[in-house]
Design a protein around this ligand. Structure first.
Ligand SMILES: Nc1nc2c(c(=O)[nH]1)N[C@H]1C(S)=C(S)[C@@H](COP(=O)(O)OP(=O)(O)OC[C@H]3O[C@@H](n4cnc5c(=O)[nH]c(N)nc54)[C@H](O)[C@@H]3O)O[C@H]1N2
Ligand SMILES: Nc1nc2c(c(=O)[nH]1)N[C@H]1C(S)=C(S)[C@@H](COP(=O)(O)OP(=O)(O)OC[C@H]3O[C@@H](n4cnc5c(=O)[nH]c(N)nc54)[C@H](O)[C@@H]3O)O[C@H]1N2
Ligand code: SF4
Ligand SMILES: [Mo]
Length: 740
């Protein structure tokens, strides 16, 4: 790369909207970042976070060399020294204590990095441990489990077809700020505006009158954790008032009678008190949704991170089915990704479904889901002695000390480990506990393709980004680091021939999938290596692919590379029954684990309702991203944002004043925070953003430490989970608040 002015394209990795950006540079210096108006998917949209990619790249605190902790202090070392230390310390632990003695924990940015997404499974296979944890279990496991049970694949998540939708009911999501989640939808604001301009309607159910609610036609408060009661009332109404219309799905649905029976005991009139949504409103919502030509109901974080997260996630899609909106234009539809989607592989229309609970966590007995255990179990698996205890940890792009409940216990536990490796771009609240830190790659220095988000996109497309800037000398790509770790674990040593290992692993996979065609396919891929080779394979063998010559007009990586603003693959199309991978080949409307879980609701209905005086929920902010973007001055500037929003009536009762300090307590857990009075809040509910609390020692986050903020998760209990999915309960926790 020369010193000349150049223009590059990059998919933004900072949230699920995955906007296409144009990045201008002079030599290795980024001069400008703007939205790519020609992008076939995002059409020029971007948010204030996009420009921070430059600041992130240039951040002096961002790690650029490996670090080893010696006598309690980190020292910079070469890559070979770092790998040598891992080779010296990790394999003996496995040899002495077995595979399960090593745990892995992944964070959210893994989903935004092609290298990490595609090569972590290689490391996981080499390790063979059952102790796999990730941020999914403080996030979306309930949704993945419910769609897995209903449609047969964890990633078969229906997403609103917003461009053609006329009625959208949103629960527990704030896409105006989050820019969408489990729903890749750049420029939600513009699309919502267009929906309303064509006479459509948006209704939001949230304990805060959020930015999304303010841009909607109607908003209703809901008691945190109350969604299951509201949704049961809604489903009940559909049956009760004869509003069920399966339409063309009728022959593909199993369990309709079981669902009817299951929701029968829950008329909205009996549910209203439990969710604080009046029965009349619920009945009206049911009629509106059922009456909409093209409508959808969508729920996100607020509906997942609560004790009935899986039930709520299930009922949302069940209601889409009952109202005829699933898999219908303008409703909730299944994307068809160009690459990596399991629901485009194998025999269409049937499969083996999903299984869960094949094993359980050692201490709490939490069931495995998707091959993972709840991240809220990680601390106890480390600090509880006994056979099977976790003694080593590999943490990749995650910061669970801040992002998971009761990080204080986890922090202590991490210090008890025999060995810890972090792959991270910062020395932060979690990586400070590591013995070796391997720096991740700046997003401007690696190639990218959205492995996950193509499977969640409101419109089908294929887009690839080449590295914008050259990688620093000696810095491996993240897939190389992961494969190097796998080689070390496998006893091949840190000097193993990575390319040979990589090719052998790929060949084995191709052999399994394509049998006799293997040599032909491997030859066609020969010019590429690593993650890009896997991508070429996935595109070419995918639903739009060239099938290695059989469909010459089809996609290849070369074709996608030749279109820097992406290739549009059209709006979502109906995919039922082809998308289904359930054993029955049908949509399972009433999977038995969910019916069984409903007994918790039935039990709850038999005891008197206890409404805590004050509960706390989380909130996301435009200039922030979970815990790790508080070190960038361009985002951190301006008014302090880690404030507790309190309704004025609550504030008056509690003696709290706007701008004042308050203590928030949950039993003996306590944080101190700044108060902001807000009419947006439902009375009795306080909102505090998560990901703050940068006042822990031993980090290297100069800017973030100046205004550390309060850690919401320090108040939460790591044992509170949705028992079915193992997902953490982050919403609706009873608190006390008083001025300090
Ligand atoms: N109370 C409460 N808690 C929550 C939530 C909530 O709503 N309320 N939300 C939850 C949700 S949805 C999520 S997804 C989790 C997130 O949980 P985590 O993923 O654990 O937290 P992040 O803050 O996203 O941390 C990302 C880490 O990746 C590092 N990183 C960033 N980019 C790269 C890279 O390119 N390579 C490498 N190797 N490392 C990188 C960062 O430095 C940081 O350490 O938090 C959850 N926690
Ligand atoms: N700017 C920015 N964007 C982000 C992130 C970020 O940190 N900052 N994080 C990214 C990540 S990792 C994710 S997973 C997505 C999440 O994307 P969203 O789910 O859209 O994000 P939130 O803003 O957390 O929205 C959750 C909403 O649920 C409400 N809520 C809380 N409890 C309940 C409840 O019991 N019932 C109902 N109905 N509502 C409830 C909250 O008030 C909040 O408005 O955002 C992503 N995008
Ligand atoms: S909305 Fe998300 S993907 Fe788009 S520019 Fe902002 S952070 Fe990046
Ligand atoms: Mo998330």
């Amino acid at each position: 790369m020369t010193d000349q002015h150049a223009v590059a394209h990059r998919i933004c990795p900072l949230c699920e909207a995955s906007c296409g950006l144009v990045i201008e540079r002079e030599g290795q210096h980024v001069t400008r970042i703007r939205g790519d108006e020609a992008d076939v998917f995002s059409a020029g949209f971007l948010c204030p976070k996009a420009v921070s990619l430059k600041d992130l790249h240039e951040d002096g605190d961002r790690l650029r060399t490996p670090l080893i902790k010696r006598d309690g202090r980190f020292v910079a070392v070469s890559w070979d020294e770092a790998y040598a230390e891992i080779e010296r310390r990790l394999p003996p632990i496995i040899a002495a204590h077995g595979a399960d003695a090593v745990a892995t924990v992944l964070g959210n940015p893994v989903a935004h990095k092609m290298s990490l997404m595609l090569y972590f499974p290689r490391l996981a296979r080499a390790l063979g441990t059952r102790n796999m944890y990730s941020a999914s279990s403080v996030d979306q496991v309930p949704k993945m489990l419910s769609v897995g049970l209903m449609f047969g694949n964890w990633m078969s998540v229906p997403v609103p077809d917003i461009d053609r939708c006329d009625y959208l009911l949103v629960l527990g999501a704030n896409p105006m700020v989050s820019n969408g989640s489990m729903w890749t939808v750049p420029d939600y604001r513009g699309k919502a505006k267009a929906l309303r301009a064509r006479g459509g309607k948006i209704v939001v159910i949230d304990p805060r009158r959020t930015e999304t609610a303010q841009a909607a036609d109607a908003h209703h408060f809901i008691r945190p954790g109350g969604d299951v009661f509201l949704l049961l009332g809604l489903a009940h109404t559909l049956f009760d008032e004869g509003l069920v219309r399966l339409g063309r799905l009728a022959p593909h649905v199993a369990g309709l009678d079981a669902l009817r029976e299951a929701v029968l005991p829950y008329p909205p009139e009996q549910m209203a008190a439990r969710c604080s949504v009046p029965a009349g409103v619920v009945r009206a919502l049911a009629r509106e949704l059922a009456g909409a030509q093209r409508g959808a109901i969508y729920g996100r974080i607020g509906t997942c991170t609560q004790q009935y997260g899986t039930l709520a996630s299930w009922l949302i899609d069940a209601i889409n089915v009952l109202t005829g909106h699933l898999d219908a234009e303008g409703g909730a539809m299944f994307p068809k990704a160009a690459a990596f989607a399991a629901n485009t592989r194998g025999k269409p229309g049937a499969g083996r479904g999903v299984v869960m609970g094949r094993y359980r966590s050692r201490v709490a007995g939490a069931p495995e889901v998707m091959g993972e255990l709840p991240v809220t179990c990680l601390a106890e698996e480390i600090d509880t002695p006994g056979p099977g205890q976790v003694r080593a940890l590999i943490a990749i792009a995650g910061n669970p000390v801040l992002s998971a409940p009761n990080g204080a216990r986890l922090a202590k536990a991490l210090d008890q480990l025999d060995f810890m490796v972090s792959m991270d771009i910062y020395l932060n609240e979690t990586s400070r506990h590591a013995d070796v830190i391997l720096p991740g790659v700046s997003p401007l220095e690696d190639a990218h393709y959205d492995v996950s988000f193509g499977q969640l996109s409101h419109r089908n497309h294929a887009r690839y980004s080449a590295p914008v800037l050259a990688r620093a000398d000696g810095q491996p790509d993240e897939w190389e680091s992961l494969l190097r770790l796998a080689a070390i674990v496998k006893g091949m040593g840190r000097d193993a021939d990575l390319d040979a290992y990589d090719t052998a692993l790929l060949e084995e996979e191709v052999q399994k999938a394509a049998g006799p065609a293997t040599p032909h396919i491997m030859a066609a891929l020969a010019g590429r290596r690593g993650a890009e080779r896997m991508l070429d394979l996935a595109l070419r063998s995918g639903p739009y692919g060239d099938q290695f010559g059989a469909r010459p007009e089809g996609l290849t990586l070369a074709k996608v590379q030749a279109a820097p603003s992406g290739i549009d693959l059209g709006p979502m199309q109906p995919r039922i029954p082809e998308v289904l991978r359930t054993a029955s080949g049908k949509i399972e409307l009433a999977p038995s684990p969910l019916l069984a879980d409903l007994t918790r609701v039935a039990d709850a209905m038999t005891v008197p309702d206890q409404v805590p005086e004050l509960v706390i929920v989380g909130r996301r902010q435009l200039r922030s991203n979970n815990s790790w973007m508080h070190n960038l001055p361009v985002l951190a500037k301006g008014a302090f944002r880690c404030t507790a929003l309190v309704h004025p009536a609550d504030a008056a009762r509690l003696g709290l004043v706007d701008g004042g300090r308050a203590q928030i307590r949950n039993g003996d857990r306590m944080v101190e925070t700044q108060v902001e009075l807000s009419e947006e809040m439902m009375p009795g509910v306080v909102s505090l953003p998560h990901g703050w609390g940068h006042d822990l020692p031993g980090t290297q986050l100069g800017v973030a430490a100046e205004r550390p903020g309060a850690n919401l998760n320090a108040l939460l209990d790591e044992q509170w989970r949705d028992p079915l999915s193992g997902n953490a309960v982050l919403s609706g926790i009873a608190i006390d608040m008083r001025p300090c």
